[in-house]
Design a protein around this ligand. Structure first.
Ligand code: SMO
Length: 743
């Protein structure tokens, strides 16, 4: 496939930048979406159920499946010994020296955690499979949890920094384990078909799923077809295959029969990949003038019992995102990851960026208090001035572009004025006995690492068909893709562009939708593919116009003759033609923003009301403001959830206590801010690494919003303890409110 870097540019933006309605919505909102579980099971399909260990970690003393196997209409029962992985899925080598994935379709003879699948039953109906599961005898011997050595360790910046500065502040944040909790649970229908295995899979990375399934099953990747369809949310948890999905695919292949499994919500809580869980400690030293001198941080990441593809990414991001948007001359950030007896813990919207931002913003506020500065003033003294960018940070990253002080100003103006005015209003309310607080959260967000692919075709019957290696799980990707291509091809209407996603047989090898990369990198690949297509199309146009190639010029909807403008030809007459491109970024881009939160706390109940979020965000070129704002809302909802209530809880024996949506807090409409104001700069700081100039925005809400919210709660309560254990539930806040401010 031809490689492109940045040669293709967008000459005229007619649709890019416009808030076009989502082409996806008419179908999705009327219940006509086609998710994996909507695919009609072919005749002869078998249905899968898993027997899960009721305790763990443990050793299997006895697993007796013969009675289950003998039951009528039970096709097969698999245990670990029946389906060892042929090879391990790859782990993304973002740090050197990562261990292998420790991936097995079924657990045994050791059970890594309570809830791990130890047997797979496939039967003619789900009810029969359930009955067969009841007939399996499982006897477990508990294993002692032993403290594991680090699976990996790394340092960003210096090994250590310490300096005798007049003011040194510390903060510790313990993030809860979170359930990414996509609306659509995991679902797989695996269909052996003509010597290949077609897998309908809820995934954000179908090509990676193909590669990994092929490795685990011992097949050639070409023997696997991950089929297209809608995906109802991923948030990082569907970025690599899970053991259950591999087990189902393996069963279908072995039995030469279609097999279907749709996870229940309880199974998602029990065994799907989780997010966060990091513990982060920071020490930030300041000179007497309120300028930061050094930052030392340690980051400790639980990994669960196996590695997802991006297992090392959260800890790595948390370390390398330091010192955020601030000038800190000396930084030491040490990270480590450890295996733990629980489901895999991996990337989840933000993936380490929130951990870095929350730590820094707590440290800034604690320092402001010591230095007698306002939260805004300490940030003004420490934010990178725009003329300092691009800049190499002490952790080795390059901030490409951004105007961080302007984002702080912009957030203040959305909030209604200067900090002094907001604070005066707060004091007036406090004088009336209200418990209210204001908080600021500034952040940076690295995006757009690596590559993405695109293919653009004119079909024999004159249609424009685009396929991208990126995917969609609710973002409205097809709408944005059509806008970009319509501009690049000078079309009158993006509706002329047919968009293919998610299917490994019809899309070029790609990465998928994660890490805030699809619009920037995917968009660049689209522009490059159109440029290649245009190059070929011009020769065809010249032939059909009886002109020399040099006499053919681009025109709306196709081409025209340079002299005789009446001689025109549309794209639809130039097919069939096809071009493919892969865009590899030379560097990352860094979005940035600032959030100001205003909260009120009910001292009697500990309930936090988010009265306002004022949020300025610069994500470079925005392809569709409506889609961008949708991403901001989605992200902020998950950011609020993390602060106010989300956490996976197990009892002392590892048994899950938050196994349903009754027990696990998800933010609801009532938890949303009463007011939210968004601002984007009229002259955004374009991404330097893609011709479109687009940075990422999808994860921003989980980064700046929790930081601002925590600071606002701290402000309302007088302060928060040095060590914060998330989430701040009403009970926690009620206790803090009664105990009064603490350092
Ligand atoms: S946490 Mo994301 O889907 O990179």
């Amino acid at each position: 496939m031809p490689e492109g870097t940045s040669s293709a540019i967008l000459l005229e933006a007619r649709f890019v930048g416009r808030p076009l309605r989502r082409r996806e919505d008419a179908v999705l909102l009327t219940g006509r979406g086609r998710f994996a579980a909507d695919v009609p099971p072919p005749p002869g399909t078998l249905f899968a159920r898993f027997l899960r260990a009721p305790a763990g970690p443990a050793r299997i003393r006895r697993l007796e499946v013969s009675a289950a196997r003998a039951m009528p209409r039970v096709a097969a029962v698999f245990t670990a010994g029946d389906c060892p992985p042929a090879a391990q899925p790859a782990v993304n080598a973002v740090l050197a020296g990562l261990p292998s994935a420790r991936f097995a379709p079924l657990a045994g003879p050791e059970v890594p955690f309570c809830g791990a699948a130890v047997a797979l039953i496939v039967a003619e109906t789900e009810a029969i499979a359930d009955d067969a599961a009841e007939a399996i005898e499982l006897d477990l011997e508990p294993l002692q949890e032993t403290a594991a050595d680090p699976a990996f360790a790394w340092t960003f910046g210096a090994e250590d920094v310490a300096e005798a500065t007049p003011v040194v502040v510390t903060a510790t944040i313990r993030h809860a384990r979170l359930a990414p909790a996509a609306l659509e649970p995991r679902a797989v229908l695996a269909v052996p078909d003509g010597g290949r295995l077609r897998v309908h899979l809820s995934s954000q990375t179908p090509h990676r799923a193909r590669t990994d399934l092929a490795a685990v099953l011992g097949l050639d990747p070409g023997a696997i077809h991950v089929a297209g369809g809608d995906v109802g949310g991923s948030f990082g948890a569907k970025a690599s295959i899970t053991p259950e999905e591999a087990a189902v695919a393996m069963a279908a292949w072995r039995l030469a029969r279609p097999v279907r499994w749709v996870a229940s919500r309880s199974e998602e809580f029990l065994s799907a990949p989780r997010g966060r869980g990091l513990s982060v400690f920071g020490r930030l030293g300041f000179a007497a003038d309120g300028r930061a001198r050094f930052l030392s941080a340690t980051i400790s990441a639980p990994l669960g019992a196996r590695l997802t593809s991006s297992a090392a990414v959260p800890a790595r991001n948390a370390a390398r995102c330091l010192p955020g948007p601030y000038v800190v001359p000396r930084v030491a950030a040490r990270l480590e990851g450890r295996f733990t007896p629980e489901p895999a813990i991996g990337i989840y919207r933000g993936a380490g960026r929130p951990e870095a931002a929350i730590l820094l913003e707590r440290l800034m506020d604690r320092a402001a208090r010591r230095l007698g500065l306002s939260p805004v003033e300490i940030r003004r003294r420490n934010l990178f001035p725009p003329d300092a960018l691009p800049h190499s940070t002490p952790t080795g990253e390059v901030l490409d572009s951004g105007d961080y002080p302007a984002l702080l100003d912009s957030a203040l103006s959305v909030a209604g004025g200067a900090w002094e005015d907001l604070a005066a209003e707060r004091e007036a309310r406090r004088a009336r006995g209200e418990c209210v607080g204001l908080g600021v959260g500034c952040y940076v967000e690295p995006c757009g690492r690596g590559w993405e692919s695109a293919r653009v075709a004119i079909t024999a019957d004159g249609r424009i068909r685009v396929a991208t290696g990126s995917t969609s799980q609710g973002q409205g990707r097809a709408t944005a893709v059509a806008q970009i291509v319509a501009d690049a091809m000078r079309l009158a209407d993006p509706a002329e562009v047919e968009v293919l996603l998610h299917d490994t047989d019809t899309t070029p090898e790609g990465i998928g939708a994660l890490a805030s990369r699809s619009t920037g990198l995917g968009g660049a690949a689209l522009l490059q593919a159109v440029a290649f297509l245009e190059d070929e199309a011009r020769s065809v146009a010249a032939r059909l116009l009886n002109a020399a190639r040099e006499e053919v010029l681009p025109a709306p909807g196709g081409f025209r003759h340079a002299v005789d403008a009446e001689r025109r030809i549309g794209w639809e007459r130039l097919g069939p033609l096809e071009a493919e491109a892969r865009h590899t970024a030379t560097a990352e881009s860094w979005s940035a923003g600032c959030v100001i939160a205003r909260v009120a706390i009910d001292r009697e109940t500990g309930v936090v009301t988010i009265e306002e979020l004022a949020w300025a965000e610069d994500a470079g070129t925005i392809v569709n403001p409506l889609l961008a704002e949708g991403q901001m809302w989605g992200g902020l909802a998950q950011g609020i959830g993390e602060v106010l209530g989300e956490r996976i809880v197990t009892d002392g024996a590892g048994t899950l206590l938050t196994g349903s949506l009754l027990d696990y807090f998800l933010p609801r409409a009532l938890d949303m801010p009463e007011r939210a104001g968004f601002a984007r700069p009229s002259q955004p700081c374009r991404a330097a690494n893609t011709p479109l100039g687009a940075k990422g925005i999808g994860e921003a809400g989980t980064i700046g919003v929790p930081a601002a919210l925590l600071n606002a709660i701290a402000d309302a309560l007088g302060d928060l303890p040095e060590e914060i254990v998330l989430p701040l539930t009403p009970e926690t806040i009620w206790r803090l409110a009664r105990e009064g401010p603490r350092a």
